[in-house]
Ligand binder design. Structure first.
Ligand code: HEC
Ligand code: HEC
Length: 327
């Protein structure tokens, strides 16, 4: 009985994916190539060393500013993740939430903060949410190194240039709610071997790098908090579709669109640290992302619908409210 709607959704989804892949290919031919500058070619002068340090902070965050480093003053991150667990290949992978070519986008208006934010503010947004930690001062040596690395990654990219490949990608949405129960079966089959049956990941075992993870946790006390971008269904689903299992490239996704939505719903349904004050995010509720997992909301849809979709009706309601407000 439900098989036919499912299949219709899936076929439409598949067609849209193919169309999107085609559009991406076409754009790739006209846009400048994804030329990430080579860090190893930098001279070993003060600037070259700072940029290298910045990359180390991205790929081995836990070893330098994690909750278990010896110097308490350096414990900015509250979990043992690395920025690079989400900003894949040290922030250089297409649709792996790249840090490449970002510089010209800042300062930018942040709907979450309700004001213009600097690149440092944006780094701290991930520090206090994705890393469940505390903000670093703008003049902390670690902040300067991270900013130097992100700045270096933007060398040669003109300010305001929209690069294809930013963010997590955008696969088609489903017309039904994403289903955590169905997702749990996919999780057990596809993800648990790496991320562990309880989502807690697998620690590094090499004695010199034992602070971090070989396979990062997806939920639980050492994971990102519920105010993080990765705690929102649309981000998780697209990230997973275009990047997981690890090694997957956006040109060749391995999970179907439907499976990616459902397994993401399972991840989103699991417990994680709470971000205090998250309900004050997005002071203009009309700009709050439809998939924010916590209220308040401008529309009448429940937290459950915001968490798992479907989102089309929410977007319509928001558009109406915006129109009414503009009159
Ligand atoms: C758990 C995953 C995760 C981790 C770990 C993480 N981030 Fe992020 N980051 C994201 C997501 C998701 C976004 C996009 C957020 C959104 O769309 O709301 C993002 C966005 C950003 C951006 C803005 C990118 C853009 O396109 O505008 C910067 C800069 C950034 N992160 C830096 C960092 C740094 C530095 C660290 C480590 C201190 C870090 N992030 C750790 C998930 C993560
Ligand atoms: C072959 C092992 C492997 C499999 C299978 C795998 N992952 Fe991952 N996953 C990783 C690794 C390793 C990273 C960190 C990437 C890095 O640091 O380069 C990661 C990162 C992630 C992240 C962002 C980091 C974090 O801690 O949240 C999410 C979300 C994620 N995986 C979800 C999934 C889901 C859902 C599945 C199943 C559909 C899956 N992964 C399957 C190895 C795997």
């Amino acid at each position: 009985m439900t098989i036919y709607p499912f299949r219709a959704v899936f076929t439409a989804a598949l067609a849209a994916t193919i169309a999107m892949a085609f559009a991406t290919t076409l754009r790739a031919q006209t846009a400048p190539v994804w030329t990430v500058p080579e860090i190893g070619a930098l001279p070993r002068d003060a600037h070259g060393l700072l940029v290298r340090e910045g990359r180390d902070l991205i790929t081995a965050t836990y070893a330098h500013i994690g909750p278990n480093v010896p110097d308490p003053a350096k414990r900015y991150a509250g979990n043992n993740l690395a920025c690079g667990n989400c900003h894949l290949m040290a922030g250089t992978k297409k649709f792996g939430i790249p840090l490449f070519g970002l510089l010209g986008d800042f300062p930018q208006y942040s709907a979450r903060s309700g004001r213009d934010i600097s690149l440092e503010d944006r780094v701290n947004a991930c520090m206090t949410r994705s890393m469940n930690g505390r903000a670093m001062p703008d003049d902390a040596p670690e902040m300067k190194a991270i900013v130097a690395y992100i700045t270096f990654l933007s060398s040669g990219v003109p300010a305001g240039k929209q690069l294809p490949g930013m963010g997590t990608g955008k696969m088609p949405e489903m017309s039904r709610a994403a289903n955590p129960a169905r997702g749990s079966v996919i999780y057990a089959r596809v993800c648990a071997a790496c991320h562990n049956t309880d989502g807690s990941g697998i620690r590094n075992s090499a004695p010199n790098t034992d602070l971090g993870y070989m396979m990062p946790p997806l939920w639980g006390p050492d994971s990102f908090n519920d105010g993080a971008g990765m705690a929102r269904l649309i981000n998780v689903a697209n990230f997973v579709h275009f990047n997981m299992p690890h090694g997957t490239d956006y040109l060749n996704p391995r999970l179907s669109v439907e499976d990616a939505w459902d397994v993401a719903a399972y991840v989103v349904s699991q417990p994680r640290p709470h971000k205090a004050g998250a309900e004050k995010d997005f002071p203009d509720l009309l700009l709050k992302p439809v998939d924010a997992p916590f209220g308040p909301y401008a529309d009448k849809y429940s937290e459950q619908v915001h968490k798992y979709g479907p989102f089309a009706a929410i977007r319509e309601a928001i558009a109406k409210l915006k129109k009414a407000g503009a009159k």
